[in-house]
Write a new protein. Structure first.
Length: 858
């Protein structure tokens, strides 16, 4: 009687919204676990209906339940089902990859008696199954979109499993039965243009500086404004500033409208915008641009990666690794295979390809991989077009019309061809180039020829050649992130230089005209970073119209020693000018940082000592950390001494609230005092009202929870729903699935969420809405009894007037139900017995988590 007693003391209940939630087991699934436990313990009561090796059916004696289990029908529970029939929102996995979330009907199968997922043709299509062979074989009925199919009988070696505790529907299908599509593909039909909305990001700062001359106050408000209407996004960047010297000024820096073009996988921009830097230097124009947007492509088709080709002797598994990380794994049929949707971890690092045959034999080959920004995959394009008026934001007195076009094409597995043209008044340029992935690295070479006429009518013609190189040497863990060299003849002009020549005909007012430039970025790990890493960054440029050269040089070493981090850095800067004078500066610094204590958010102390070639030196020491271990309030203090500037001290406090990020600071030196404050956040206006929130990014999401205020949004510090039931999640990724979830642990006992996790797939710049349905009421433990006062049997169903299942009675005839009104009628069903029972709740008690009352079935 141990199990019987355990069952007697347990309350089983079912919340109708829970089957659509994710990450928490339904209460019904808990019920089934107890049934399974009872079946195992009382194995003597289990009877096999067949002597076949396959277990077909079991029975359970209800006499072990309270009241002898009178009227209890446990057949559904004992067929191996993990859910009762109904519709559930589930995460669907295909071959272990999450492909989506949707409502799926679970129905009782006539042949097995089990409750299983109803898989329909629309579900098969959404999963990417190749249905053509099934249609040709006449196995699908196209007239019945809602017909349920047994996938296991349709496709050999397929499987369907449902985990009720996690609400995961896992489907396994051989690769041969799947439509071939790139990994990370999201159907454009799912891209969400969002809702009409207006917003403004604000950055309000105020500062008071006090010196011997007196006080000087300054204020500024930076604004990033936006309006979304249909597929269009209007954006504006403005600034309001106020100083005692110049008063109040308003500046509009940039205004443009943008939308995406699905068919072209591109972004169209109208207004003040910047041209692409893919081929030529970027310039600002007033006009339009149309350019490829790689984020609209699947993950595995972004950027460049080589095509892998090989042969398999049997049904083999292909594994691709980079830097010992598994990037890709698939199964192929005997014969030649092609893999063209690799998504590397970085732009460098050779690929290791392992072919594992069916008999266990392994063949390992290596394919060189290095890439440069100009490179694209075989057979793909990347383009950009621009037309408009040159916009120097008032710097130059001329603004010619310009036209620009650029194109890159993957001509072969390892070769990209690219080029472009530029046109403006009295100016033209053409570029041609190629990039190649080789065994010793990625190379790129291109040549640009320009023709221009300046304001004096002088015509110039010249060429500029550029070489780029990138490579990671795995044997020494050395990375040439970028090495480049450019040489230009004296007559060569960029578009910016041409506009300068048109405006400033005085040669003494022109900037330096480049002759040659060399750039190098080198990273060297020591002992797999066990002993730190060295880095070198160098840039050197010479000019046709200036003496000497410009040089920027940085050499550093850094790493970790336990919890302490250290960094030694040396920099040198050399700059010439037209008067043949030159300025040079060399600076060496040492930085140390370490935590105090071992808490999850310890205070961290840092110190930096620096000196330069002029004999000046400085020491800065500070500490920063979380206030009382909070994740929304941080502080920093710093004290320093400079040989030329004296002593300094500063302190700052930064906090994050649901409506803004605020900060305050104080600084003091030998000759000054400074007090500052700032507030950074956003205002969003939408159909549901006005919400204040943290600074929003290019894409953000409105969370809608009708009638519920103060509900935290998971994984977003400080984000909670406002009085109107909306919250602003400040960032989301365009053209990708973004999961938004509510923190259900912070909900009251009288609130249920229908779907605590939602997904949004926004278009670039859109404002999407994640809508959550909640049920609010009072939690009541009903004691279900018959008219004669005896308890209703175990498994009795409690439904609302619409027939929605609210709860299932436990062995004591009790059911915990969330009712939405203080007075109403519930339907009670047990076998052939069905009745209505009215209830009227007493005044709400502040000391009880739920109410208790008797419900009589008459």
């Amino acid at each position: 009687m141990i199990v019987s007693t355990a069952l007697k003391n347990c309350t089983f209940f079912h919340r109708p919204s829970r089957p659509k939630s994710v990450g928490a087991p339904t209460q019904v699934s808990v019920l089934f676990r107890y049934i399974a436990l009872g079946t195992v313990v009382f194995s003597s009561t289990v009877t096999f209906a067949s002597t076949d090796e396959t277990f077909k059916k079991s029975t359970f004696s209800t006499h072990f339940l309270q009241n002898g289990g009178q009227g209890v029908d446990l057949n559904d529970f004992l067929q191996g089902s993990t859910v009762v029939a109904g519709t559930y929102r589930v995460d669907i996995y295909i071959n272990r990859s999450l492909v989506g979330r949707q409502d799926v009907s679970f129905t009782k199968q006539e042949t097995t008696g089990k409750v299983e997922a109803c898989l329909t043709i629309p579900i098969f299509e959404s999963l990417g199954l190749d249905l053509k062979p099934l249609r040709n074989a006449g196995k699908l009925d196209e007239t019945g979109a809602e017909l349920c199919y047994d996938l296991v009988s349709l496709i050999e070696q397929s499987s369907v499993e449902y985990d009720a505790s996690r609400q995961h529907l896992s489907i396994g299908v051989p690769q041969a039965s799947m439509l071939r599509s790139a990994r990370g593909y999201v159907d454009p039909a799912l891209w969400d243009a969002g809702v009409p909305a207006a917003f403004a990001n604000y950055n309000i700062t105020g500062r008071r500086n006090t010196t011997r001359a007196g006080n000087n106050d300054s204020y500024s408000v930076g604004l990033n404004n936006g309006i979304n209407l249909g597929p269009w996004r209007l954006r504006n960047d403005s600034n309001i500033s106020s100083t005692e010297a110049s008063g109040v000024t308003l500046t509009s820096n940039r205004t443009f409208a943008q939308r995406d073009i699905t068919l072209l996988k591109s972004q169209l921009t109208l207004g003040q915008t910047f041209t692409s830097s893919q081929v030529f230097d970027s310039v600002r124009i007033k006009g339009l641009t149309l350019a490829s947007d790689d984020s609209m492509l699947p993950d595995s088709l972004r950027g460049y990666a080589p095509t892998i080709r090989g042969d398999a002797e049997t049904n083999a598994t292909i594994e691709v690794r980079q830097n010992n990380y598994l990037l890709y794994s698939t199964t192929v049929a005997p014969g030649p295979f092609v893999i063209d949707d690799i998504y590397p971890n970085g732009s460098n690092g050779d690929l290791e390809i392992t072919v594992i045959e069916a008999d266990g034999r392994r063949r390992v080959t290596t394919q060189a991989f290095a890439s440069l920004p100009q490179m694209v995959r075989r057979g793909t394009f990347r383009y950009n077009l621009a037309m408009g008026q040159y916009d120097s934001n008032g710097y130059y007195g001329v603004a010619p019309m310009v036209g620009i076009a650029g194109l890159a094409y993957g001509a072969a597995d390892n070769t990209t061809l690219f080029g472009g043209v530029q046109w403006a008044q009295d100016f033209s340029a053409i570029n041609l180039g190629a990039s190649q992935n080789t065994a010793i690295g990625a190379f790129s070479a291109d040549v640009t020829q320009s023709t221009s006429t300046n304001a004096a009518g002088q015509r110039s013609k010249g060429q500029s050649a550029r070489l780029l190189y990138s490579k990671t040497l795995a044997s020494t863990d050395t990375t040439f992130s970028l090495a480049s060299y450019r040489y230009s003849t004296e007559g060569y002009r960029t578009l910016n230089e041409h506009v300068s020549d048109m405006d400033f005909n005085d040669p003494h007012r022109r900037g330096g005209r480049a002759k040659s430039r060399f750039d190098l970025t080198l990273n060297q790990s020591l002992g797999g970073r066990k002993y730190g890493a060295l880095y070198l960054r160098m840039g050197e440029q010479r000019y046709w119209n200036l003496p000497g050269k410009t040089r920027q040089f940085s050499l550093g070493y850094g790493g970790n020693w336990g919890a302490m981090t250290y960094k030694l850095n040396a920099t040198q800067t050399l700059r010439p000018d037209a008067s043949r004078a030159k300025s040079a500066g060399t600076r060496v610094s040492l930085s140390l940082s370490f935590p105090l204590g071992s808490s999850s958010r310890p205070t961290r102390v840092s110190s930096t000592l620096a000196t330069d070639n002029n004999g000046a030196h400085s020491l800065q020491t500070g500490a920063n950390g979380s206030v009382m271990g909070r994740d929304d309030l941080f502080y920093s203090v710093n004290a320093g001494h400079e040989s030329l500037g004296g002593k300094t001290f500063s302190g700052n406090l930064n906090g994050t609230t649901p409506v803004a990020q605020v900060s305050a600071g104080y600084a003091q030196g030998d000759t000054f005092k400074s007090l500052n404050g700032a507030a950074v956040g956003s205002i969003v206006v939408h159909a549901g009202g006005i919400n204040f929130g943290q600074t929003v990014g290019e894409n953000f999401t409105l969370v809608e929870v009708p009638g519920a205020a103060g509900i935290p949004v998971g994984n977003n510090a400080g984000v909670t729903t406002g009085a109107n039931g909306y919250a602003v999640v400040p960032n989301s990724q365009p053209y990708r699935t973004n999961w938004i979830n509510l923190d259900s642990s912070q909900l009251g006992a009288d609130i249920e969420i229908d779907n605590p996790t939602q997904q949004v797939i926004p278009r670039r710049g859109s404002v999407t809405v994640a809508r959550f349905n909640i049920k609010q009421g009072r939690r009541v433990q009903f004691e279900l009894v018959k008219a004669d006062g005896t308890p209703m049997p175990f498994g009795t169903r409690v439904e609302n007037a619409e027939g929605t299942l609210l709860a299932i009675a436990d062995p004591s005839g009790q059911a915990l139900v969330l009712v939405e009104s203080d007075k109403g009628t519930l339907n009670i069903k047990s076998g052939a017995l069905a009745c209505e029972a009215g209830y009227a709740l007493p005044e709400r008690s502040s000391t009880q988590g739920y109410d208790q009352m008797k419900l009589v079935c008459r």
